[in-house]
Design a protein around this ligand. Sequence first.
Ligand SMILES: Nc1nc2c(c(=O)[nH]1)N[C@H]1C(S)=C(S)[C@@H](COP(=O)(O)OP(=O)(O)OC[C@H]3O[C@@H](n4cnc5c(=O)[nH]c(N)nc54)[C@H](O)[C@@H]3O)O[C@H]1N2
Ligand SMILES: Nc1nc2c(c(=O)[nH]1)N[C@H]1C(S)=C(S)[C@@H](COP(=O)(O)OP(=O)(O)OC[C@H]3O[C@@H](n4cnc5c(=O)[nH]c(N)nc54)[C@H](O)[C@@H]3O)O[C@H]1N2
Ligand code: SF4
Ligand SMILES: [Mo]
Length: 580
Amino acid sequence: MKVSSITACPLDCYDACGIIYDEGKIKPMKEGHTNGFLCPHLNHYLENKRIELPRYKGENISMQEALNKLKEILSSSLKSDILHYRGSGNFALMQEVTDHFFANFGAVLTDGSLCDGAGEAGIINGRGSNKNMPLSEIAKSEVVIFWGRNPHVTSSHILPLIKDKKVIVIDPVATKIAKSADIFVQIKPHTDIFLALLLTRFVSINDSLDEEFIEKYASEFEEYYELTQGVRIKATLENIGVSLGQIGDILELCINKKVAIVCGVGVQKYRDGADILRAIDAFAVSLGLFAKEGSGVAYLGNSKENIESAFMTKAKRVSKVNTKFDEFATVFIQGANPLAQMPDGSRVKNAIQKSENVIYFGLYENETSEIADLVIPAKNFLEKNDVRSSYSHNGLLVMNKQIESAIGISEYDLAAYLCEEFGVVLKSESEYLQHYKNFGVRHIDGSVQVEGRDVEPYKDGFDTDDGEFVFLEEFETQQNSNDDEFYLITPKSPSSLNSQFKRSTEVLLHPSLGYDDGEILCISSDNGEVLLRAKNSDALRKDTIVIYSGTKGVNNLTSSKHSYEGKNAVYQENRVKIKK
Ligand SMILES: Nc1nc2c(c(=O)[nH]1)N[C@H]1C(S)=C(S)[C@@H](COP(=O)(O)OP(=O)(O)OC[C@H]3O[C@@H](n4cnc5c(=O)[nH]c(N)nc54)[C@H](O)[C@@H]3O)O[C@H]1N2
Ligand SMILES: Nc1nc2c(c(=O)[nH]1)N[C@H]1C(S)=C(S)[C@@H](COP(=O)(O)OP(=O)(O)OC[C@H]3O[C@@H](n4cnc5c(=O)[nH]c(N)nc54)[C@H](O)[C@@H]3O)O[C@H]1N2
Ligand code: SF4
Ligand SMILES: [Mo]
């Protein structure tokens, strides 16, 4: 294998697969976590139609003209009236080079998260940091609990590792993994906090607490136990769709076993998302999972853990959840499709259209490129150099350029042009690449891993001031709903990566509701409505509908409120109605 033909998938995905580019084909690495297979996104990557030419107000122009135009636009606005909005279309580390330009130039950047921020905040509240249980540790477990994670769709490289393990699934949807699981709890959406509290209470009732671990690292457990006692058992279980028998079965499988709780973003797309992850963590604490090999809690880790940014990106920031685009004269959008992916889509559209200059820097046409004044095509991952890390394993992957192409411009070259024109200091591309490569160390198995990351985080205590887990002291979760309202679940689609690739056009609902496949339905919420084709699915609960992330118009239904903690979007907070 030629080193020069090695690269990695650039997408925002747990797995961060290694790739060989060979004779014009994208092939999986056989070694390591990639395990000789890729997912449909990369198997069909080269079939996607790209934006090939820059354009201004609908007219095609050359790249030089586009750069001149960009310079003219940036010179014509007050610096503080310029917003740089960057998404996660490409997850590699050099993508941040544009932040370096815009921050040093004096423009405004974003903070907050459309993704995992609420859960992360809860994890940090409890443990003092967000260190992830890596794939290599999950491989050593005996029992895996998929809690609001859909591995066949979003993280398929975990599947070969769990073949011989007991599997428990907690999800409102009977996903593929749920169908083959040893225990499947088809929980009512947004009630996981109750299940986590009750499981913890029953660990104690059962005399199965890991007393030694709790004494050392979780000495406030007694107070927390009182909180769990506030949950009425019978009424709560009935309400959330779980039986006492299932609680018993879960504990029976988990006690004295190596258990990996693998959480996804599904559980935390709500205002109280932080508390939900923290309550799940507390269940893990009660069983002493953090102290044992092959045991613990995996979530979306921080892909940049132990990797220092090469760029200076200190800037004024505004939230990327409810961004007031209309307060900016110029909005530069990179690697994102905010018109489709941000919550409260109609608000986003109205606000962004009031901005004088919208610039879109990306690979594909979408809702955002459609309304942009200036469109600048980017180079894809095969056409530029980069380095990436992952949020589910500790690998550091070098992404060598594979193809010379006349299309587009790389993020580095675009930033270099702007830095030159506006007098911002920028180092050479190879210096930045080397900066990132230096965080890797080669392991005995040949893989390169981020140096200094814990393989068994929290084994010797937490990262809080006193090394102890900080339990939730109170919680509040809204549960009022009308009978004619449904829960809206917006998980990831098998055929798209958020709004990239093949996007769904359907609403999935339970057959008992009596709609025909293909019938056009109007789904509405307090925020807006969308028309979608019906598709019946008996994988759903009767009180829940599914519209995949990336479906056009799904975010007309969602609210741009923030989670109470973590500045995150809350895509599943609103209930919806169905009309013919
Ligand atoms: N194919 C594909 N892969 C992707 C992506 C994609 O768009 N497509 N996106 C990537 C990105 S950006 C991310 S962040 C990750 C996310 O990947 P995951 O963490 O797997 O996230 P989701 O698919 O949003 O939700 C996971 C599961 O949570 C369930 N769920 C929803 N609400 C609840 C709830 O209230 N309680 C419980 N217990 N479960 C619930 C859903 O039914 C779903 O099965 O995937 C990445 N991988
Ligand atoms: N309803 C609902 N909405 C959601 C979610 C949900 O679960 N439900 N999930 C949320 C989550 S978890 C996330 S992470 C966000 C993701 O939302 P976004 O960050 O907006 O991501 P994408 O929709 O994948 O759009 C990425 C764009 O990046 C561009 N791109 C790809 N590669 C490159 C590159 O190398 N360079 C440049 N310059 N551009 C590139 C492509 O043109 C593509 O259109 O969506 C959020 N929105
Ligand atoms: S599984 Fe994830 S990292 Fe692997 S090829 Fe697919 S999108 Fe890329
Ligand atoms: Mo995400």
